[in-house]
Design a protein around this ligand. Structure first.
Ligand SMILES: C[S@@+](CC[C@H](N)C(=O)[O-])C[C@H]1O[C@@H](n2cnc3c(N)ncnc32)[C@H](O)[C@@H]1O
Length: 267
């Protein structure tokens, strides 16, 4: 059994798993080849990617101005001089000029915002020519058990979750559409995509991937515990969450989901 962690702690742990997957870097994009001087972190959460953890953008690129936005406040902490945070609802637009940043990064954010395609278009506009847009999101519709359908407990909760999110114009499966949206913008000289199948039940032969799967599962467990508080009135009751959690923690299962890492260089 995993403990139920605070959102900040769980995002920090997930960040550590992401950076390990990148080979102790902040993304698959070759940012070190030409270190950025301006960076925007969209939907910064705990601040893990840009300031809070061992491996963060402000520390990795100390000469860069690092700006972060989130609809929620940043957990209190002193910020280094090269860092600023703005509380912004990105569905209402960004308070920045076109072509303001060498790097724009959004991880696990597009799946949480209404009409993500429109928001991505605005994010693309913020990247300078020659700069990088980095977007990373899963496709939880591709969550499988042993390559086949999920058990009834996980399926019931996920279908309920997809229904609720779609009723709010969110796309929980945006990961698989990222490449197509970026292609359509015609704004990029190069678009790179890496699809990683996450071994949620830690049954990969690759230890690094299993570590990522463990962190992902821990996050899913916390989310499962939290869902009835937020969504019981929309059908995700304690019973639904319990059945989901039992299957999620069942060692006989072989759960996987797909995560899309996209990094694209602006023309
Ligand atoms: C799953 S968290 C990911 C946090 C961080 N990117 C990371 O990878 O650790 C999603 C974040 O998106 C933020 N978010 C959701 N809707 C938003 C909106 N409309 N405007 C700005 N931020 C938003 C949430 O507050 C949350 O911090």
């Amino acid at each position: 059994m995993f403990p139920v962690l605070s959102i900040s702690l769980r995002l920090d742990r997930l960040h550590a798993a992401f950076t390990a997957l990148f080979g102790n870097k902040l993304s698959f994009a070759p940012l070190d080849d030409s270190p950025p001087t301006s960076i925007l972190e969209i939907g910064s959460g705990s601040g893990a990617w840009f300031v809070r953890t061992e491996m963060n953008a402000a520390r990795r690129f100390p000469a860069a101005r690092v700006v972060a936005v989130d609809i929620n406040p940043l957990p209190p902490r002193a910020l280094p001089r090269n860092v600023e945070f703005h509380q912004v609802d990105i569905s209402q637009g960004f308070p920045f000029e076109s072509s303001s940043f060498d790097v724009v990064h959004a991880r696990l954010v597009m799946m949480h915002v209404p009409q993500p395609e429109q928001i991505l278009e605005r994010a693309i506009d913020l990247v300078k020519p020659g700069g990088w847009l980095i977007v990373e999101d899963p496709d939880d519709e591709q969550m499988l058990d042993g390559g086949g359908p999920l058990g009834p407990g996980m399926d019931a909760l996920l279908q309920g979750w997809f229904r609720i999110f779609r009723s709010r114009e969110l796309e929980p499966c945006i990961g698989r559409r990222l490449e197509e949206i970026l292609e359509r913008s015609d704004a990029f000289a190069e678009i790179r995509v890496k699809k990683v199948t996450i071994p949620i039940s830690e049954k990969s032969e690759d230890d690094n991937l299993n570590k990522f799967g463990k962190a992902w599962r821990a996050n899913m467990i916390c989310t499962g515990h939290d869902m009835p508080r937020r969504f019981a009135h929309q059908g995700i009751t304690e019973d639904v969450a319990r059945a989901y959690l039992e299957e999620l923690e069942d060692p006989a299962r072989c759960l996987t989901t797909d995560m899309y890492f996209v990094w694209a260089k602006k023309k």
